[in-house]
Design a protein around this ligand. Structure first.
Ligand code: CA
Length: 226
């Protein structure tokens, strides 16, 4: 899960960045609208948190440009509390949701989670694969009813694989969702996390390596184990 935060207020941007990274998301933070426009021309995200008042190019203009080119990435717009017309305009231009500043980080989390679930097309947020129950709402995974202890990166990796059960997810796709521009990506890091997940999942869920391509998660006994 990779998130772009576009916010020019240093304190707020920094707080949001740290908060999201602590939860294991890959996060990029940009401080002006033109930079966001440039990066969004080639990099895709699962969620964009977009301020309205930005240097060089405002949030409305960035969002309008994004939607005009057919990009449906969920956008959470940050608006000033007093300006009701900003909220209306945000939705008109194509924002999926808005949050008035100042906001509580718990409310911010709830909005982000709801929009990220929409990206994955999973309404309930709960996916069952064999004896594994993956619950995005509760941020938990249980195996045969037993809670798995998953540090952030392992949890996010499992989330990516579980969101694509039975389908191959490329290493490139995993890297772009798991690591941001500042993070240390690389195949070795991914293999390390895959290895840890395999040990924790035991034989209940198989994470198969598709050589030279990526990985695929399958329920045990689905007949495709290599
Ligand atoms: Ca601003």
């Amino acid at each position: 899960m990779r998130i772009l935060v576009v916010e020019d207020e240093a304190d707020l941007g920094d707080a949001v960045l740290r908060h999201l990274r602590r939860q294991g998301y890959a996060v990029d933070w940009l401080r002006d609208g033109q930079a966001a426009h440039d990066v969004l021309s080639y990099q895709s995200y699962d969620l964009i948190v977009l301020d309205i008042g930005l240097p060089r190019r405002d949030g409305f203009s960035v969002l309008r440009w994004l939607r005009e080119r057919g990009d449906r990435t969920p956008v959470l717009m940050l608006t000033a509390r007093a300006k009701i017309e900003d909220r209306v305009s945000a939705l008109d231009v194509g924002a999926d949701d808005y949050l008035s500043k100042p906001f509580d980080l718990r409310e911010f989390d709830a909005r982000c989670r709801a929009l990220l679930r929409r990206t994955q097309g999973v309404a309930s947020g709960v996916t069952t694969v064999g004896s594994l129950v993956f619950d995005r709402g509760a941020r938990s995974a249980t195996l045969d009813g037993r809670m798995l202890h998953l540090p952030n990166r392992e949890y996010r990796l499992l989330e990516i694989l579980i969101g694509n059960v039975g389908a191959v997810v490329s290493k490139h796709e995993i890297a772009s969702q798991l690591f941001d521009f500042d993070g240390e990506a690389g195949d070795n890091a991914i293999e390390l996390y895959i290895g840890r997940l395999r040990r924790k999942l035991g034989s209940a869920v198989i994470i198969r390596t598709v050589r030279g391509v990526g990985y695929v998660a399958e329920a045990a006994g689905s007949g495709n184990e290599a």
